[in-house]
Design a protein around this ligand. Structure first.
Ligand code: MG
Length: 392
């Protein structure tokens, strides 16, 4: 009998954080909560600490100076606290479920320290690009996607080399506006965009799913994770979110991973891979599901997809600029400062203003990210002090 493995859970107060704790709670013999980290939700973090008994917690961006925690364990603060939790010698596994570019330093710290990193924070991989891959190589750890599509591809590959892939196809639910005529997009309210038909998720990713920015981020993520040329990555709309993605091998065989839309399965797989542990999730019954439907993406009506793919193909700093401008645009949309079609307009404008250059270092990338945010905020009239990150 081996000791349970320590886990650092970054982004504990969000939707992925909650599912991770549920999954870990079913396997106390395998996993132990070493640390819990959150952005600014101090009260929620306090309650989780009382429930899960970590060795310490990290509050990355404390906002209420008068907050008095009820949990009496050790509290760490700020970005340094996050990075320390990610590189903690006592954890073999780090789950990064932070939202946005803010997760990059933790991703780099975990990989640099040779951890197994279960990555739900796709923005850090997309924006960090080669820097993240270099940290993975240098640290000798593992990078396992928590994103359902990428988990599916990893499972479909089953250890076969990517040279045997003819192409991969990521499925997309199409989001809440899949069937809306584009003429109505000006009238879309934040609450419409947050009502996702199949997945229950945080605010940032819900809006990204509605604009299809999420799928562009996922194509870039797949390109980096699996080392595949963009020409080998397709996307198909599959509203029921049952087929989680497909791999077509060069011999003409197409392999897919299916199941109910729940993040518990990819989370558990990321924690246990390549082993498969018991899960209490309800069985998948194909006859109950009935028909599986697929359709083409509406590229013209959802320009955030093509804008993101162009940024990915351009490489260098472009994915980071796309990501940064999108984070500000999503925030501005949720605040009612811009319309839904204003999101791609803003992102395209910032990308055009900034151009692209090769990524030199983390510092360089952070300054590019900062400039993209500043330009996007100036364009929508968001005060610089208002942050601009969504607070999942
Ligand atoms: Mg996904």
């Amino acid at each position: 009998m081996t000791e349970p493995r320590g886990v650092a859970l970054l982004g504990a107060t969000g939707s992925i954080g909650a599912s991770t704790l549920t999954v870990m709670g079913r396997h106390p013999d395998r996993f132990r909560v070493r640390s819990l980290a959150a952005g600014r939700k101090a009260a929620e973090l306090d309650a989780l600490a009382a429930r899960w008994d970590p060795d310490y917690v990290v509050l990355a961006a404390p906002s209420d100076s008068g907050f008095a925690p009820a949990w009496e364990g050790e509290w760490k603060y700020g970005e340094e606290g996050l990075v320390a939790a990610a590189a903690d010698p006592a954890v073999p596994i780090v789950v990064n479920a932070l939202v946005g570019f803010v997760g990059l330093s933790s991703t780099l710290a975990a990989l640099g320290a040779g951890k197994k990193l279960a990555l739900a924070n796709k923005e850090s991989l997309v924006a960090g690009g080669e820097l993240v891959l270099e940290a993975l190589k240098a640290g000798g750890g593992e990078l396992i996607p928590v994103d359902s599509e990428h988990s599916a591809i990893l499972q479909c590959l089953g250890g076969r080399p990517t040279s045997e892939i003819h192409r991969i196809t990521l499925t997309a639910s199409g989001g809440p506006f899949r069937e809306w005529p584009a003429e109505r997009f000006d009238s879309i309210r934040p609450e419409d965009a947050l009502a996702h038909p199949t997945w229950s998720m945080g605010h940032k990713i819900s809006v990204d799913s509605a604009t299809l920015a999420n799928k562009a981020l996922e194509v870039i993520e797949a390109h980096l994770l699996f080392g595949l040329d963009y020409d080998l990555i397709d996307v198909v709309v599959h509203p029921a979110s049952i087929v989680h993605s497909l791999v077509e091998f060069r011999d003409g065989s197409t392999v897919s991973q299916l199941g109910h839309p729940t993040m518990e399965v990819p989370i558990l797989y990321a924690l246990s891979a390549p082993e498969r542990l018991e899960n209490t999730f309800r069985s998948f019954d194909p006859a109950e599901t009935g028909r599986l439907e697929f359709e083409r993406l509406r590229h013209e009506d959802f320009p955030m997809f093509d804008i993101g793919i162009s940024a990915g193909r351009e490489g260098g700093t472009s994915p980071a600029v796309y990501n940064a401008a999108n984070e500000i645009a999503v925030h501005a949309f949720l605040e009612g400062r811009i319309t839904f079609p204003g999101i791609p307009a803003l992102v395209e404008r910032v990308l055009g203003e900034m151009g692209t250059s090769p990524v030199e270092s983390l510092e360089h990338l952070m300054s590019v990210d900062g400039e993209a945010r500043a330009r996007a905020r100036a364009a929508v009239g968001t005060p610089a002090a208002a942050g601009g990150e969504t607070s999942d």
